[in-house]
Design a protein around this ligand. Structure first.
Ligand code: APR
Length: 314
């Protein structure tokens, strides 16, 4: 059996970190594409130099030529601009849409059978645009957000409790923006409902910090946005697909009536396996959770409508 091919479109902070992680995990051969000349080549060579240390046998190539992406099994897209302090994810809409259009057209021609994971922000609009441009089945075009948002929520709860992050499980749904919905009721630590371990006020504060975590990192880094945990999150999704793990993860998936929503992408729990999104899981939401979810969907729809108008005018 030949090795799988993973194409990383964008070799910046997230792209470079993903190349390292994919190599370490032996997910497959890694092709890293970027428009910046030399940069993907340099990062790939750097990781290759460390291959004997981690004992990986995968091949890594950096390129500025789309042709090398041909036949990829998984494509992870981070091409685009990251946020700077003072910017919201939505401020990136115009410029990143143009980039996603070019990437999507190339993927349509070169990697028609790939699972495409979009990371570029504003996430829910960019993954919607990618599916529209490629025309790929929505089960194979997904966005990375919920894995990261849930991981952020879990890590903050673990810190507060002074327990291992590995024991905390959470669910954050909705759009990948300030309106995301961390579901306190579904958080557990070692199987124990979190509401039995922390009081309501602390949980509300942690949930709020979760929704603003991306901005917190931007404020600290000043020159860009988070990259280690986004890279870990996207690679977890790629692994679930390549190894047919059937993991339950939250990712931006195209809704077809689930949660009362149709035709847009938003963060929902799904089963991720060799067929891509194998199932969207509908958890029961109470009235206030559903209202928060609806509010988040309304914010996503605004950006999605912008994409629809833009794709008519080009
Ligand atoms: N094609 C390919 N790569 C491109 C293109 C393009 N048309 N335009 C820009 N790039 C590349 C840049 O050269 C850069 O190397 O995309 C890369 C983005 O990397 P960073 O600037 O380091 O950004 P990163 O932190 O990796 O975030 C990427 O993910 O989380 C989101 O908001 C974030 O949209 C941003 C994306």
């Amino acid at each position: 059996m030949s090795r799988k091919k993973i194409a990383l479109i964008g070799a910046g902070q997230i792209g470079g970190t993903m190349a390292l992680l994919a190599a370490q995990k032996e997910l497959g051969d890694v092709v890293t594409f970027d428009i910046a000349e030399g940069m993907p080549q340099g990062k790939s060579l750097d990781i290759l130099h460390g291959a004997p240390i981690v004992g990986t046998s995968v091949q890594l190539r950096g390129t500025n030529d789309y042709e090398e992406v041909r036949g990829a099994d998984v494509v992870i897209v981070t091409a685009g601009l990251p946020r700077k302090p003072g910017m919201s994810r939505d401020d990136l809409l115009d410029v990143n849409y143009g980039i996603i259009r070019t990437v999507g057209e190339n993927l349509k021609a070169l990697a028609p059978d790939a699972l495409v994971i979009v990371v570029t922000n504003p996430l829910d609009a960019m993954v919607y645009a990618m599916q529209k441009i490629t025309g790929f089945d929505a089960t194979r075009v997904i966005g990375m957000a919920g894995v990261l948002d849930s991981s952020r929520f879990s890590s903050l709860i673990a810190q507060e409790l002074g327990v291992s992050a590995a024991d905390v499980t959470t669910l954050v749904m909705g759009g990948h923006g300030d309106t995301m919905v961390p579901l306190i009721r579904y958080a557990t630590a070692g199987g124990i409902p979190i509401t039995q371990l922390l009081d309501k006020e602390r949980l509300e504060a942690i949930s709020q910090r979760t929704a603003q975590s991306g901005g917190e990192i931007v404020g600290l880094l000043k020159t860009g946005s988070a990259f280690y945990s986004p890279a870990l999150s996207a690679i977890k999704m790629a692994e679930a697909y390549l190894r047919d793990q059937k993991r339950i993860v939250t990712c931006a998936a195209k809704l077809k009536g689930e949660y009362g929503v149709s035709g847009v992408y938003a963060g929902v729990p799904v089963v991720l396996g060799a067929k891509g999104v194998e199932r969207i899981i509908e958890v029961e939401l109470d009235a206030s959770e559903q209202a928060a979810f609806d509010k988040s969907i309304a914010a996503v729809k605004e950006l999605t409508e912008w994409v629809d108008k833009k794709s008519v005018s080009v």
